[in-house]
Design a protein around this ligand. Sequence first.
Ligand SMILES: [Zn+2]
Length: 93
Amino acid sequence: MKCNEINELLPDLATGMASATPEVNDHLRSCAACTETLTEFRKTMALLDGADARAFAVFDTRLRARLREDAAKQPAGWWAWRGVRRWQFHWRW
Ligand SMILES: [Zn+2]
């Protein structure tokens, strides 16, 4: 499986709405980026609950995918990403 496929599943995994398949577990074992994303989602889930948490995770996944596309097009995308991280931190609290 590819990272973008895994990323689509992470919100459901983090909220317990889906359970990891062997393919997903294999990927997570070999991919630090996806494992880190899942860990971050789980931390966020601990601060939020239910539908709100899942909505946030889906939003966050799409935002990350979007930023990756932007970053591929222009180097400035990386700096935008740093700004989003800061914003996200404030949003959580
Ligand atoms: Zn991955």
